[in-house]
Design a protein around this ligand. Structure first.
Ligand code: C2E
Ligand code: SIN
Ligand code: SIN
Ligand code: FE
Ligand code: FE
Length: 397
């Protein structure tokens, strides 16, 4: 690529990044582009939260190439203090780029050390590192973008050149601007959820993050299987991620007496509770973005059942009678979020029930295949249990 082509590509990337609303999907996009741009084998994003740097997302071509075709890299989330003893910490503290030719030959005078834990557990060999602070508009630190192992044309690991470093500093500015907006969107959604559903300052919104993450994984597999083009899948994942988080916002209209009742609901109380599906959809009526449309679709359909015994009812065009939707009449996003929501509700504690074991929950999901749930989605669900477990670890209660 010529320098002009690189600048043009950077400008386009800035625009692309700003179209992605969801934080997790944006991180995926940022890392993929950053690695392509810098010719890096691997990379990670750390996000600053509560005075710690959280290892939030990672990609690694070498390790991914060793997986089964459809599998994803599963990694542990950990966090670092914001101090000068780690590479990411140093970059966050000083707001400086750190360019290390060899992680195992760091100047002993340097304040930071390379943490070998990841290499030890994965068998990967980190050599060159480029750590870039992600700075928001007011220069506050959002996190650190860390690129690992620049690779030359022959596939040899080389240091990151000063030219690549300069370009990646520009890149980090664009990425940080987009990330700042996505972080804001996520936090507004979580506040909406807190107001509507939890109304409890101790709750964190982990449930909606998990449901949304499960839903995106289910959708991606379904969409690949059905041959949808990659660009469409990327757009829809973003829309679904946001819509899924908002599936229960209609609970804002349900009184605490019912919502927080410690025991089973009476039939009358359950009828009131059921209205949360329509009440949620009403919140998005009259707005025309793809996000509002999807949020409406998910809210009104997430309690439909494949066999037609869910809720709410709609008037059937042919018979003019009101009945719930069934089978593929239920929009795909509704079927997906319905499954993700029940799984998470079962394995979580609620005011009205204890958490179920994973095995008991999976038993219900298998038994309800073709009854409550779309059987095709249940099969996909059962094939990605390791990914679902990693999501649970990522968003603990
Ligand atoms: P939720 O707690 O988020 O549960 C979502 C869905 O997960 C439920 O939809 C149901 O399909 C499934 N689910 C949750 N717990 C169980 C369980 O113990 N067994 C089985 N088989 N399925 C379970 P559903 O039933 O339409 O309920 C919608 C919402 O109504 C629930 O959302 C919850 O907020 C409320 N709710 C339902 N039953 C009760 C209850 O007995 N007491 C109270 N206080 N609230 C309830
Ligand atoms: C869709 O492609 O959005 C719907 C297809 C289906 O419901 O199975
Ligand atoms: C319930 O027990 O609340 C509903 C059971 C189900 O639909 O799986
Ligand atoms: Fe619901
Ligand atoms: Fe829910």
């Amino acid at each position: 690529m010529t320098p002009e082509e690189k600048i043009a590509m950077l400008e386009k990337l800035g625009t692309d990044f700003n179209r992605v609303k969801d934080m997790d999907l944006l991180m995926e996009r940022i890392l993929r582009s950053a690695r392509a741009f810098a010719g890096a084998d691997a990379g990670s994003i750390y996000l600053l939260d509560n005075h710690r740097l959280h290892f939030s997302y990672t990609q690694n071509s070498t390790l991914e190439s060793k997986l089964q075709p459809d599998a994803k890299l599963i990694y542990d989330c950990f966090s670092l203090p914001v101090d000068r003893t780690s590479i990411a910490g140093y970059s966050a503290c000083t707001k400086e780029t750190i360019n290390i030719p060899d992680a195992y030959a760091i100047d002993p005078e340097a304040p930071y050390r390379f943490e070998q834990g990841f290499d030890v557990s994965s068998g990967y060999r980190t050599k060159s590192i480029l750590a870039l602070p992600l700075l928001a508009a007011e220069q506050q630190v959002l996190g650190v973008l860390q690129l690992i192992n620049a690779v030359d044309r022959e596939g040899r690991t080389i240091p990151f050149s000063p030219e690549i470093q300069r370009q990646m500093e520009m890149f980090a500015g664009l990425a940080a601007a987009a990330l700042e907006r996505a972080v804001m969107t996520r936090s507004i959604i979580l506040r909406m959820v807190k107001m509507s559903e939890l109304r409890d300052p101790r709750e964190t919104g982990a449930h909606v993050n998990r449901v949304a993450a499960y839903a995106v994984e289910l959708y991606e597999r379904w969409a690949i299987k059905h041959g949808l083009p990659e660009s469409r899948i990327e757009e829809e994942k973003d829309v679904l991620r946001i819509a899924a988080m908002l599936h229960d916002v209609g609970k804002v209209a349900i009184s605490d007496l019912i919502l927080k009742k410690p025991g089973r609901l009476t039939p009358e109380e359950f009828d009131v509770m059921k209205t949360h599906a329509e009440q949620g959809a009403d919140i998005f009526i009259g707005h025309m973005t793809a996000y509002d449309r999807a949020a409406q679709e998910v809210a009104i359909n997430h309690h439909q059942k494949w066999d037609g015994t869910g809720y709410p009812s709609f008037v059937d065009d042919q018979t003019s009678e009101a009945r719930p939707r069934r089978g593929t009449e239920i929009p795909l996003f509704g079927r997906i979020v319905g499954l993700a929501d029940v799984y998470d509700a079962l394995v979580s504690r609620r005011v009205y029930k204890e958490a179920w074991s994973e095995d008991d929950a999976l038993k219900v999901i298998r038994e309800e295949s073709g009854k409550h749930f779309d059987p095709e989605l249940v099969d996909i669900f059962l094939s990605i249990r390791d990914i679902l477990a990693a999501i649970r670890k990522r968003y603990p209660e």
